[in-house]
Ligand binder design. Sequence first.
Ligand code: FAD
Length: 304
Amino acid sequence: MTDEIATGDTATGDTATGAPRIRDLLAAGPTLSVEFFPPKTDEGMVQLEQTIDELEPLDLSYVSVTYGAAGNRETRGRTRDLVVGLNRDRRYPAMAHLTCMGHTRGELDELLEDYRANGVLDILALAGDPPADGSPVGGDFTYAEELVELVRSHGDGFSIGVAAHPELHPRSTERAGDRRHLAHKIELADFAVTQFFFDADDYLRLVDELAALGVTKPIVPGVMPLTNPQGVQRMATMAGATFPDRLAAAVEGASSPEDRQAIVVDAAVELAEALIAGGAPGLHLYCMNRSGTVTEIVNALGLR
Ligand code: FAD
């Protein structure tokens, strides 16, 4: 990745609203993107709007917005409203995360047509997770690949991403099967975005294993700065990612807030540099709705 980040000005494809689709941005690549989550409160929304403004100088290629994470159905409408607003008001596309588990086909058909009508043509197609209390999932879907097929059935206008787990999906019982299902899913879609990880070799091995199965689509690495070690540890446990105890200890043992921030940024920059050197088609940064650390990382990488 060089300073030539793919933006709306460099990609060729476009949507009904004139903005490029993410598959086109990746083809023109490399891309720089961030993930937001829909805030649960009005205060959180004000904070996110400020973050979005502060990120403008980074000239992001695209952003993505999570959907009902951790089974939270209340935030689903907020995802839709946030994605529609970003696509309408910003110069980059916003990709809507969408999970299929627990949904009926009719519900998803309706949501996809609503997205299309509002100029949202970038979908991250996910399975989601079954309820933590073990209650039945319900709905018409089990796997993300079924959602990819449903989105495709709504026409070629949609650009479709899927999730990839470098250290295997937590529900996978063996490596070969995990990679086989993943390769099949990515071939139905346009690209993949990975779960976060802290060792570049996990990503490079994933890319090699998928290439051996014939996958040629872009696999965008997801990078999570370790700003909140306890929070990231909880997420890593759920996501099947190895938590770097040594790095967490260094962050916890920092001598000052400035020292702590420098450790977090240096670690993310080191990882990102290894990914870029390894040929990653872009970087997707998990920014936790804050701009400061992400801006420091991008500046340190010299991407802007
Ligand atoms: P799948 O691809 O369906 O895989 C799930 C499991 O099923 C794997 O073990 C796989 O090997 C297996 N499998 C797949 N196909 C088959 C098959 N045909 N037969 C047998 N087994 C099969 N969750 C949210 O709720 N909201 C979000 O916004 C969200 N965003 C995410 C963003 C990214 C980048 C990532 C990496 C994850 C995100 N998640 C989100 C989490 C995701 O929903 C969970 O990881 C979920 O457990 C699986 O989703 P998936 O799309 O990878 O599932």
